[in-house]
Design a protein around this ligand. Structure first.
Ligand code: G16
Length: 562
């Protein structure tokens, strides 16, 4: 490394001392913590992003958000050139950078890493980073820290794109590296026009039975609600009312948002008895998650939750139907013999009933640890890979080879049977691939796809919700002394450390018919999460509570080490 580069790094890093007594980790979706301790981390991730851009010779992204977490938290994550999450191979280096105690230690880590990875840090090549942030008040000052980190690598350029949803930034990084227009208007144009195509392709029979085309959306008082206010005016065939849209004074993620609705199973702020029977949806704080719900009739406090598993099931069903129309008998001639592999990716949080349903549809279902970075990687191995977490985070990935085949097939069908059902099915699948965010789970594009499918099928939210009946479940959080003490295996369904805890969980679970329970350390909050499923709600609650007690006995305050 050149002398001037080293001294620039030493000088700028001395302005960003790390917080004392805190160990930071890249986690499920980047670094997250109370915003007051994050400046040094964000500065260092700025450096890391510049190195990643140099290494890949591509544009990368930096998103400042803590998504579903409380407003006083913030976080930062890198978007890789593909538009996906930072390559997991670089995460250990991210951890080391964030935790280096002195400017000298930081410099030596960077020097060693640059050498090992053969990164062209000679000032000839220049790094390019797109920056986005959500609406958190701490975002602006953290953005400045990120810019300082980026500019401490010679020739690196930071392009501030302002307030964006996380999926918008992922989409823009992907578009930019494909040489496409990477602006917010281009994003809105793409998703609204592909939505229009899907609506135009609705069969006439269903159009006649006009289904309700109104949806009311809780914007979590974050960036998503604000963006929906723009998007809704570009849509035809859908009436959208946005509440908690971020500019009405409500506090981000406070009694609102997809995480709150999914975990607590109650209506968010701003919704009430007037909304009974209406199709309602909720985004999270940075609009990468989406769940639907029905407001309960009076006397009932719990909502009917239509979660990520049900969104996944609706998507899988529709895609499977379109695929079978496309490949139906009498249509196998010419180049129509592409055996597209359709696969589903879930996590251990997926409701057991959803997995059974998807398997009954004849689909291949695989499970990964929590975090879209894991699910995305697996889904990319299919021609059509649909991944969703129960919390509403997911998308559909299409392989390049399948898309090229679809495009050719659509054109071929256009020549021999213009307007045929087969050609429409090909067009629908192509429109889905344009509507749905290929970089990461995106609440806005998923919302439009759900709405298009419901209209296509002429289904109400009730009908959709009846695809299968969820097994009762309960999620709890337990504060412990050190959540890193919990080490899991088998896609987080088994605890291998501390010893003895899995046996205790198994003993509790065995007491409940259809009982299933697991624990794991959260990668976004300082807690252990407990998930329990059983044949009744009381049993699921009781199992979750007894396992929470087990966690507290083994790892809780004052009783750790047992
Ligand atoms: C992030 C990840 C999700 C994950 C969630 C919870 O969501 O992107 O994949 O499910 O955190 O993770 P954990 O249970 O480890 O806290 P978000 O919406 O907060 O970015």
């Amino acid at each position: 490394m050149k002398e001037e580069q080293s001294s620039l790094l030493l000088k700028s890093s001395s302005l960003f001392p790390p917080p004392q007594g805190v160990k930071l980790s890249y986690g499920t979706a980047g670094f997250r913590a109370d915003a007051s301790i994050l400046k040094s981390t964000v500065y260092r991730v700025g450096i890391l992003a510049a190195l990643r851009s140099l290494k890949t010779q591509s544009v990368v992204g930096l998103m400042i958000t803590a998504s579903h977490n409380k407003v006083t938290d913030n976080g930062i994550k890198i978007v890789d050139p593909s538009g996906g999450m930072l390559s997991q191979e670089w995460e250990p280096f991210a951890d080391q950078l964030a935790n280096a105690q002195t400017p000298e230690a930081l410099l030596s880590l960077i020097t060693e890493f640059v050498k090992k990875e053969n990164i062209p840090l000679d000032g000839v090549q220049s790094a390019k980073i797109l920056l986005g942030r959500d609406t958190r008040p701490s975002g602006q000052s953290l953005l400045e820290a990120a810019k300082q980190g980026i500019s401490s690598i010679f020739g690196a350029i930071a392009l501030d794109l302002g307030i964006l949803t996380t999926p918008q930034l992922h989409w823009m990084v992907r578009a930019r590296n494909k040489g496409l227009k990477a602006t917010e208007p281009a994003y809105f144009e793409q998703i609204s026009s592909s939505f229009r195509c899907l609506i135009d392709l609705i069969p006439n029979e269903t159009k006649c039975n006009k289904t309700d085309n109104t949806v009311v959306v809780d914007g979590a008082d974050g960036v998503g609600g604000d963006k929906l206010e723009v998007l809704k005016n570009m849509l035809t065939g859908l009436v959208m009312e946005v509440r908690n849209f971020g500019k009405g004074g409500g506090l981000l993620n406070d009694g609102v948002g997809a995480d709150f609705v999914q975990k607590e199973k109650v209506v968010p702020r701003g919704f009430g008895s007037d909304d009974v029977g209406i199709r309602c949806a909720s985004l999270d704080g940075d609009a990468d998650r989406l769940v639907y719900f029905l407001v309960p009739t009076s006397g009932n406090s719990k909502i009917d939750l239509v979660d990520g598993d049900k969104i996944l099931s609706l998507f899988a069903l529709f895609i499977k139907e379109q695929q079978s129309i496309l490949t139906k008998e009498g249509n196998e001639k010419s180049n129509s013999n592409f055996q597209a592999r359709l696969g589903i990716v879930q996590t251990a949080y997926a409701n057991g009933a959803s997995t059974d349903y998807l398997k009954q549809l004849g689909l291949e279902v695989i499970s990964t640890p929590t975090g879209v970075k894991h699910l995305h990687e697996k889904a990319a191995q299919f021609d059509i890979g649909i991944y969703f977490e129960a919390n509403g985070h997911g998308t559909i990935l299409f392989s390049e080879s399948y898309l090229s085949w679809l495009e050719a097939r659509k054109n071929e069908l256009g020549l021999v049977s213009e307007g045929s059902e087969q050609q429409k099915a090909a067009l629908r699948l192509l429109s889905i691939s344009n509507l749905i965010n290929q970089a990461v789970g995106d609440a806005l594009s998923c919302l439009l796809l759900v709405e298009a499918i419901l209209q296509h099928k002429g289904w109400s939210i009730h009908k959709w919700n009846e695809l299968y009946q969820d097994l009762p479940s309960r999620q709890l959080k337990v504060k412990v002394v050190d959540r890193t003490a919990v080490v899991t295996a088998n896609a987080e369904t088994l605890v291998v450390s501390p010893p003895g805890i899995q046996e205790a969980i198994d003993a509790e679970t065995a007491k409940y018919p259809k009982g299933r329970c697991f624990i794991r350390p959260s990668g976004t909050e300082d807690v252990i999460r407990v998930y329990a499923e059983a044949s009744t709600q009381e049993a699921a609650d009781s199992l979750a509570n007894s396992v929470a007690k087990v966690v507290d006995q083994f790892l809780g305050f004052g009783s750790s080490g047992q």
